[in-house]
Design a protein around this ligand. Structure first.
Ligand SMILES: [Zn+2]
Length: 306
C-alpha cells in the first residue's frame, strides 16, 4: 500500500505538473484563439449568419497587430448602423453630379454606375450580386528597416503613391493611394482576375461564390519589427494607418458599389474574414472605423446637397 501510495503520489505530482503546464499553455493561446473565432458562416447560402448589420458588427471587429482581433462591436458607428443591408436612397443622377463637380470619373471608382456588381452562383443555380465590401491594406511598399518617409502622405512622387503598378497586380477591384487617388484594376462587375482576394474566398466561397466580395486595397507601407523572430515580418504599420483622403475615397467607393447594387453592402475587414485560416492576413492595420463612417456621412450630405 505504502509503495503504491508513493507511486500514486509521484504520478499525482507529474499529472499536476502536466495539467499546470497545459493550463499555462491554454492561458497563453486562448485569448487569441477566442477572439479570432471566425464569424458564423452558412455554407449553403455562402453568407454569414444574421441580418446584414449583425454580420457587419462581427466582420468589422477591431484588428490589432498581427491580425489579433478584438470583440464583436455592439453597434456600428453612425451612419453605418442604419445603412448596412438597407435600400439605397441616393439618386444615381445626384451621385453623377457630385462626381462631375469633383472631377472624379466613374471608371476610377469601380466602373460605370449603370452596371451591376459581380455575381455569385448559389447552390440552387440562382445568381446574386456582391454583398461584401472588403477593406484591405496593401502592406506595401515593404520598407524593412527604413523609416516611413517624411512626406509619404502628400508626396505624389513617393513610389507607394504610383497606382499604375497595380495594373499588373489585379488582386483587388480598386486601389487607393495616400493622396486619395484611386484606380480600378477590375471593374466591380467582375470578380478579381488574380487570386481570390481573401483566403476565405479561396477556401469557402470558391469559384461560384467568389463574386460575393468586392475588394478595395488602401496603400499602406510596412516595416519590420526587429524583435519578432521572423526576420521577414511586416508587422509595423504607420500611425495613423491611413490618410483622411483615403477614408474619403473609400467611402465614395462604398457608396458607388452600394448605389450599383441598390442596397448597402456589408463592409468587412480582410483579417476578420480570414480568421481561423492558416497564415490569415492581418490587414487593414490601424484602420479607424469611425473615420470611414464620418466620411460616408459627409459624402451623403454633399451628394444630397449637390
Ligand atoms: Zn488583404
Amino acid at each position: 500500500m505504502k509503495e503504491l501510495s508513493v507511486v500514486s503520489g509521484r504520478w499525482f505530482i507529474k499529472l499536476y505538473r502536466i495539467s499546470a503546464l497545459i493550463s499555462v499553455y491554454l492561458f497563453l493561446i486562448f485569448p487569441v484563439f477566442a477572439q479570432n473565432k471566425p464569424c458564423e458562416f452558412n455554407s449553403k447560402t455562402l453568407q454569414f449568419t444574421g441580418k446584414p448589420v449583425e454580420q457587419a458588427r462581427c466582420l468589422l471587429r477591431p484588428n490589432k497587430i498581427g491580425g489579433v482581433l478584438g470583440e464583436q462591436l455592439e453597434k456600428l458607428p453612425f451612419p453605418l448602423e442604419k445603412l448596412v443591408g438597407k435600400k439605397v436612397k441616393i439618386k444615381k443622377e445626384n451621385l453623377r453630379e457630385y462626381l462631375q463637380k469633383n472631377n472624379i470619373s466613374e471608371i476610377s471608382i469601380g466602373g460605370f454606375l449603370d452596371e451591376t456588381l459581380s455575381k455569385a452562383k448559389m447552390l440552387g443555380g440562382e445568381e446574386i450580386e456582391a454583398l461584401y465590401f472588403v477593406i484591405h491594406d496593401t502592406s506595401s511598399p515593404y520598407l524593412k528597416d527604413e523609416p516611413f518617409p517624411a512626406n509619404f502622405d502628400s508626396d505624389a512622387d513617393w513610389k507607394g503613391n504610383d497606382l499604375n503598378i497595380w495594373l499588373k497586380q489585379p488582386v483587388a477591384h480598386a486601389f487607393v493611394n495616400r493622396l486619395g487617388e484611386s484606380i480600378t484594376v477590375n471593374d466591380f462587375s467582375k470578380t478579381v482576375t488574380k487570386g481570390w482576394g481573401t483566403k476565405f474566398a479561396r477556401d469557402f466561397l470558391k469559384i461560384d461564390g467568389k463574386g460575393l466580395q468586392i475588394h478595395i486595397e488602401l496603400v499602406q507601407p510596412r516595416r519590420r519589427d526587429v524583435n519578432n523572430p521572423n526576420p521577414a515580418n511586416d508587422l509595423i504599420a504607420p500611425v495613423p494607418g491611413f490618410t483622411e483622403e483615403q477614408y474619403k475615397k473609400l467611402a465614395l467607393l462604398y457608396i458607388a458599389a452600394s448605389v450599383r447594387r441598390g442596397t448597402w453592402l456589408i463592409p468587412a475587414f480582410h483579417s476578420v474574414l480570414d480568421a481561423g485560416i492558416k497564415d490569415a492576413h492581418d490587414d487593414p492595420q490601424n484602420f479607424e472605423l469611425q473615420k470611414f463612417a464620418q466620411k460616408i456621412n459627409y459624402l451623403l450630405r454633399k451628394i444630397d446637397d449637390k
